[in-house]
Structures are given as C-alpha cells and as structure tokens.
Design a protein around this ligand. Sequence first.
Ligand SMILES: [Zn+2]
Ligand SMILES: [Zn+2]
Length: 243
Amino acid sequence: MVGSLYGQLKRMPRIDRCVKTVLDALYPTKCVLCHRIDRIGLCTDCLSTVDRVEQPCFQCGTRCTGAGPCGRCQVRSPAYDFTIAPFRYHPPLAIKIHQLKYQRKVALARPLAQALSREIKQLNYPRPQLLIPVPLHWSRLLWRGFNQSVELARHISSELDIPISRNLVRRNRSTISQALLSSRQRKRNVSNCFELRRPLNVASVAIVDDVVTSGATVDQMSRELRKHGAVQIQVWALLRTEY
Ligand SMILES: [Zn+2]
Ligand SMILES: [Zn+2]
C-alpha cells in the first residue's frame, strides 16, 4: 500500500523536489540486481558485470570492427543517424526487460532508464530536442496496460531534462511480434505502420525503445519522422540483440 503510494508520488511529473528528497530518504532505492541500497536502482558494480556491445557501429549499434559505419549500414544506410543501445540482449538485463513487459513490473522502468541515461551522459552525442517513444498499437496497449517505451522515455526525460512527446506518433495497425519473424518479414511487418498525429516542430529527436533487434521498427519510424522534417534522428534503447 505504502509502496504503491510512493510509486504514484514518484511518477507525478511536477512533484516538488523537496518532497521527492524526503521520500528518497524514507524509502531508499535498491539495486534491482543485487538489492543493495544505491543512489540509482542499478548499481555500478552490477552494471560493470553486464555484457556490453563491444565497439558498436555508431549508426545501428551492432558490434563493428572499424571506426565508421558497419558493412550493413554502408550497404543500406538506416533512416536514423546514431544508435545508443549499450547492453547486449543477455541476462540479467534481458530478464528485467521481460519482467517489465510481460510480468508488468513497471517499477523496473526507472532503474533501467537511469542506467541508460548514465551511458548517454558519458557519450558525446548531440542532445536531441525531443524524446519520442516507439508507440504500441492501441490493442496491445489495452492488453498490456502500459507502453514500456513510454515508461523508459519518461524517466530518461527527467534524468536528462529533455521533453517527451508520448503520442506524437501513432501505430496505425497491429503488427505481429518482431521476435517471431525473419529479417525480410520484419521489414514488411512494420512497413508504413507509423503516422504522425500533428506536425513535428523540432529538428532533432531521439526514438526511445526497450530493445533494438533488426532495427526495422525504428527505421520505419525514422522514415516517417524524416518525411515530416526531422533532420537528426537518434535511437536510444537499453538492449541490442546480436543481429
Ligand atoms: Zn547491484
Ligand atoms: Zn551499422
């Protein structure tokens, strides 16, 4: 009961910082992996043991040997410019994402978003003007009750002080889970499935997702954003699969 009240208070966007400080003192944050009290919910000791993508391609985020874009991006350049997806789709973070999405453990969004925010702060990429979470189709939103990308983006927004637009982009049809499909099927599955609800009035954006797999979803969303004037598009996700 107290925990859920605390959760609700912490989720309020304009809660006074003093109240938040008192709440933090009364209910200290614990690392979601080792359960020790830590300032953020995923301690540096645990994060140092998590598998990272080594030498990621700056554009698509997969493992790459050179300094430029990887071979795949050179052959067919994605519609986005940069990807920050620092961790590999391995346990324990893959399990935490699974718990967030399928066991509806929404409280995991904050520590996971903090871990990603800390990585973003360390990289010297230009700061976007707006965060845009990957939308769910209304039918999946109804089934799950929340959009994990919105939950992550909300906390990244408060960590990095960048505005978020939750409903600028709409998913206009329900798609099959990308995890079940081949690379070609993934592209076809998400083709033209996004549309903007209103004009985009900024030039640089970051698309926020939990996991990037083939990149087909964020590529399609980027194409739609480009059509409406986006000049620089980044993709921010916690995990990258070895695609
Ligand atoms: Zn820990
Ligand atoms: Zn690449």
